[in-house]
Ligand binder design. Structure first.
Ligand SMILES: [Zn+2]
Length: 169
């Protein structure tokens, strides 16, 4: 069965699930009415950013795991939020991301990460407060517990930010 599918689709099929760059964006999800996730710092291996964009109004937030505001997210999307959008598109597909966020991209062609970002930025969204960050980071920690990691014996830099909590069952 699969051979016929392969033969008839060699020219048109796009790889359905491109591997995501977990090192860059270790966590991305569409949840709580937001696109939200965790993005590694481009320059500092010991830092991650918790980034989110709200569906509908596109209010955005970005701060470090230590709750410091992201310097790049003043007045517009920072690189972390752009990375988050890109990874969400890889993870969920552009149409689903656009639909979830209610981002109205130019019709005609299907949306892509750039079109989604541009559509949201064009509305000049406001900056959200960072109250969501703690919830997002907690979801990330829970998500890590379910991840199958190839290098299970290597220390995870993310683990250093686990709060000293006994919530882990
Ligand atoms: Zn940022």
């Amino acid at each position: 069965m699969s051979s016929g599918w392969e033969q008839s689709s060699t020219a048109r099929v796009i790889s359905p699930a491109r591997p995501r760059k977990l090192a860059k964006v270790p966590f991305v999800e569409l949840a709580d009415g937001r696109l939200q996730g965790v993005v590694s710092s481009g320059s500092d291996i010991g830092r991650v950013y918790v980034s989110s964009v709200a569906a509908g109004q596109f209010a955005f937030a970005c701060s470090t795991n230590n709750n410091r505001p992201c310097g790049g997210a003043r007045g517009g999307f920072c690189n972390h939020i752009r990375a988050l959008i890109g990874e969400a598109v890889l993870q969920y597909g552009a149409e689903r991301v656009a639909r979830y966020l209610r981002a109205e991209t130019d019709s005609g062609q299907g949306p892509d990460a750039h079109a989604i970002e541009a559509a949201m930025a064009a509305t000049r969204p406001s900056q959200a407060d960072s109250t969501a960050a703690a919830a997002v980071f907690n979801r990330f920690l829970r998500h890590l517990a379910y991840l199958e990691l190839d290098a299970a014996t290597a220390p995870l830099p993310e683990m250093q930010w686990f709060p000293p909590t006994r919530a882990v069952a």
